[in-house]
Write a protein that binds this ligand. Structure first.
Ligand SMILES: Nc1ncnc2c1ncn2[C@@H]1O[C@H](COP(=O)(O)OP(=O)(O)O)[C@@H](O)[C@H]1O
Ligand SMILES: [Mg+2]
Length: 326
């Protein structure tokens, strides 16, 4: 157990009838960047609050740095940095003053704190804006100040809830680069949550795809992509035929699970199926005298992961009862 920075076993949280987090087994290794990924309402924030000892599990347990967060909330608070999804600052105070405030709350020795604050402001690229009131900061700047704020106490673990949400693409890149350098250069263990798989996947060593309170897949991103690729693929097909003929011909091919019109390009068909499909498309259609003018694997692996896992998993609110046999 001690070799995991964060571990949960059967971690569960209920809100009345709603099972917000359902028997979660999670393991985050020291020094890694772990992504807890899933659509809104998946239970990411609820999980994070339980890891921090800010919310009590209904069942199961969590261990962070070998401690039970519900029993040792203060020790957790001292050693674990937390960036909430709605990080707030005193707008009238400068960035530096806000960090000083956090340092005081954490009872850091003022001189050492001052030095550390200077370093952190440098690290997050806010040295130039440090002495301006936060009310003039952009969202990206606020988020970077949030990261600095999380790091003031020099935590061993940083838990970041939606660190890239609602900032512009440049801001996203900056924040992600920063998170990566924290893990790589400072050995901080990072757990981040996001509903934007595309944004964060590139910096995560491992991810858990989380839907309706349950993990539907867990592992290195590349492995998840591979697993999916062997399972299914979607091809974009352009056929020289009348729509009815084309649709029927595609649907009749071996290995096909579904045929639909490409909304982005009406002339194309999106054909989903198993690995047999690719050869069938190349060979059989020509045999039948149907000219294929376009044939391409649709989307990238990540698009597929996103669509497959997120769509497949999301049943909450559709009256699916307890049909949770994922
Ligand atoms: N305090 C609460 N009381 C009741 N329901 C809640 C509460 N907090 C979260 N929920 C519900 O639990 C589910 C998971 O929410 P949350 O953990 O915030 O998801 P995420 O962070 O993945 O968007 C949602 O359906 C949400 O409405
Ligand atoms: Mg959330």
């Amino acid at each position: 157990m001690a070799d995991a920075a964060i571990r949960t076993r059967g971690l569960t949280r209920r809100y009345g009838d709603l099972l917000a987090v359902d028997r979660l087994d999670l393991e985050v290794r020291p020094g890694e960047i772990f992504g807890l990924l899933g659509p809104n309402g998946a239970g990411k924030t609820t999980t994070i609050l339980m890891l921090l000892g800010l919310s009590e599990p209904t069942a199961g347990r969590a261990e962070v740095l070998g401690m039970d967060p519900t029993r040792r909330p203060l020790e957790i608070k001292r050693r674990v940095g937390y960036l909430p999804d709605d990080v707030g600052f005193y707008d009238g105070l400068t960035g530096r003053q806000n960090l000083r405030y956090t340092a005081r709350l954490n009872r850091l020795e003022p001189k050492a704190a001052e030095r550390r604050i200077g370093e952190l402001l440098e690290l997050v690229g806010l040295a130039g804006a440090a002495d301006r009131p936060v009310e003039g900061y952009s969202r990206g700047m606020r988020q970077r100040l949030g990261l600095a704020d999380t790091l003031v106490k020099d935590p061993e673990v940083a838990i970041l809830d939606e660190p890239t949400a609602s900032i512009d693409p440049t801001g996203v890149r900056e924040v992600l680069a920063l998170v990566r350098s924290l893990a790589r250069e400072r050995g901080v263990t990072v757990l981040l949550s996001s509903h934007l798989l595309h944004q964060v996947q590139q910096i995560c060593d491992r991810v858990a795809i989380f839907v309706d309170g349950r993990i539907v897949a867990q592992g290195p991103m590349a492995e998840l992509a591979e697993r999916l690729a062997s399972e299914t693929l979607t091809m974009e097909v352009g056929l020289e035929a009348e729509p009815e003929v084309a649709e029927a011909a595609l649907a009749a091919l071996p290995g096909v699970h579904g045929v639909r019109r490409d909304e982005r390009d009406e002339r194309l068909w999106l054909v989903t199926g198993d690995s047999e499909l690719r050869t069938a498309l190349a060979g059989r259609l020509a045999e039948r005298g149907l000219g294929v003018w376009h044939l391409r694997r649709a989307g990238d692996e990540l698009d597929e992961i996103y669509a497959r896992y997120f769509e497949r998993g999301s049943r909450r609110g559709r009256g699916a009862g307890d049909g949770r046999a994922a």
